[in-house]
Design a binder for this molecule. Structure first.
Ligand SMILES: [Zn+2]
Length: 247
């Protein structure tokens, strides 16, 4: 009995932790988003951008900042502990107390995002791209070897401003890029939404049938029956169809 209790608590904890990490991930992104809003009107920040790649896959980018000085591509990591990494390595290391974890090199990951963005914006050849990796959690950057900036979230805006010395795009080009990214985003999202819509229609249809006492599995009539545990609805096609629903 006690063991069962422990197992249930462990399961609850496991799911709670999973959910909690999800919330934390987006919390880091919200923090970065809020900070980017302080950059001023010369900068346009787009969040959670979807890009369609030439091979049909999609790439998701945390933050893209557009300006006449170029395009800043920002990857956010909401981590804690000590972080060690080299831009050439496949994986980076995170140490929390005495536990070691490894995660995908975020600099390489972000180069992939820059590559996708360049392909989507190939008709703006003068655009310069600046990848930046931001740690928005409580992590300490212990030993980072990278030519791409890997910084704390509080240095983000000053890092962006430091790159703003030479213009490479006109104001109208910046607006065109914004429109382009938003329209790619829209088509990709609507493709996703259509999928969600279809699933919802199926669920609704099923509920409608059940409300009208029609079996959602075989479309036969549902009949009220008496069982060991009281009344219930069962399919009139029983035993070929074993669908039941509560009375
Ligand atoms: Zn049935």
């Amino acid at each position: 009995m006690f063991m069962l209790f422990v197992i249930i608590i462990a399961i609850i904890f496991f799911f709670f932790k999973l959910d909690f990490s999800k919330i934390k991930g987006s919390f880091g992104e919200i923090k970065v988003h809020t900070q980017l809003n302080f950059l001023g009107s010369d900068f346009i920040s787009l969040n959670d951008i979807l890009i369609k790649n030439p091979n049909g896959t999609t790439t998701q980018i945390d933050h893209v900042v557009l300006s006449e000085y170029g395009i800043f591509v920002i990857e956010t990591k909401n981590y804690k502990g000590w972080i060690f990494g080299n831009e050439k390595a496949e994986n980076w290391k995170q140490i929390i107390f005495n536990e070691r974890y490894s995660f995908r090199n975020p600099v390489k990951q972000n180069w992939g995002h820059v590559y996708s963005l360049k392909a989507a914006l190939s008709d703006f050849p003068s655009a310069k791209y600046y990848p930046i990796v931001v740690f928005a959690g409580s992590a300490t950057l212990k030993d980072i070897n990278s030519t791409v900036p890997v910084i704390y979230e509080s240095y983000l805006n000053s890092t962006i401003r430091n790159y703003c010395t030479e213009k490479c795009l006109s104001k109208s080009e910046v607006l065109l890029i914004k429109q382009r990214l938003e329209s790619i985003e829209l088509t990709e999202r609507s493709a996703k939404n259509e999928h969600i819509y279809n699933t919802r229609t199926i669920v609704k249809e099923r509920q409608m049938k059940m409300a009208n006492l029609i079996c959602p599995r075989c479309n036969a009539q549902l009949k009220l029956r008496n069982g060991r545990n009281g009344k219930f609805y069962g399919c009139s096609n029983y035993p070929r169809c074993r669908f039941t629903m509560p009375y």
